[in-house]
Write a protein that binds this ligand. Structure first.
Ligand code: NI
Length: 254
């Protein structure tokens, strides 16, 4: 059970060959691909992909932190006004990104908090994007933990200590291609965090794992992430796929 829990295959990078990309994924045993949203303008194409591949794909809805500015409230209202819980498995991707720009840090925190509240109301998990912002994420998230909110820190960017903190809050660690990069923290994280708390992802079209590093990423390459985990933990490839697949089913209610 290979599941790519984070893939943006609705972006223009896949306009020319999405059928092939989907076939490649199916050929290596990918059974589900979760598509997290970015902003208002990405929803229509995301839904079109879901329509074209209804059994293989699931959607998340949310406003990405790098899409947040002074207008975020209007955009959230427009995004969530016709929300239908049967269409979405999560709120995402949401969070705080202080790598590219700190101008809207206050708005990013507020929007993250608003979207956590929305997920709580609808009892669905959140897909968290965190970049240079782990402490800020915790500040916003921690007051909500006792409500039972859960989800995943996608493309987990932290160290083992931070990973343990994430797991203690009931969240999963999303592991992608960065695991295969030289000087990555992720091998240490993977060795110290039980497989029961790990989800596999690609973040396609970004962050291709070795041996595809530098090329466009696609859901089929999630197999390289599973292989890298198996190599590090000593588990079999099948165990890695089965356990992380069961984790994804559990958290996203697949
Ligand atoms: Ni993403």
């Amino acid at each position: 059970m290979l599941i790519d829990t984070h893939s943006h295959i609705y972006l223009k990078e896949f306009d020319d060959d999405l059928d092939n990309v989907i076939q490649n994924a199916v050929n290596v045993g990918v059974e589900k691909i979760i598509l997290p949203n970015i902003n208002l303008s990405s929803i229509a194409k995301m839904k079109a992909v879901k329509l074209a591949y209804p059994l293989l794909t699931e959607l998340a809805i949310g406003l990405h932190p790098t899409s947040i500015d002074d207008n975020y409230k209007k955009e959230l209202d427009a995004m969530f006004c016709d929300f239908n819980p049967t269409q979405y498995v999560a709120v995402g991707e949401v969070g705080i990104d202080l790598y590219w720009d700190k101008t809207f840090i206050k708005q990013q925190k507020d929007a993250f908090n608003d979207q956590i509240e929305f997920a709580k109301i609808h009892n669905i998990p959140i897909i968290i994007h965190s970049r240079n912002s782990f402490d800020e994420i915790l500040d916003v998230l921690k007051p909500h933990i006792k409500s039972g909110i859960n989800g995943v820190f996608h493309c987990f960017p932290g160290n083992t200590e931070q990973a343990k903190c994430v797991v203690d809050m009931g969240f999963y660690i999303g592991i992608g291609g960065v695991l295969t990069y030289k000087n990555s923290n992720m091998p240490a994280v993977v060795k110290n965090i039980p497989l029961q708390y790990i989800l596999l992802e690609t973040d396609a079209p970004y962050l291709s794992p070795v041996p595809k590093r530098g090329k466009r990423n696609e859901p089929a390459y999630v197999k390289y992430v599973a292989e890298a985990i198996a190599y590090l933990t000593g588990d079999t490839y099948e165990t890695v796929c089965a356990t992380t697949g069961a984790n994804a089913k559990q958290v996203f209610g697949l």
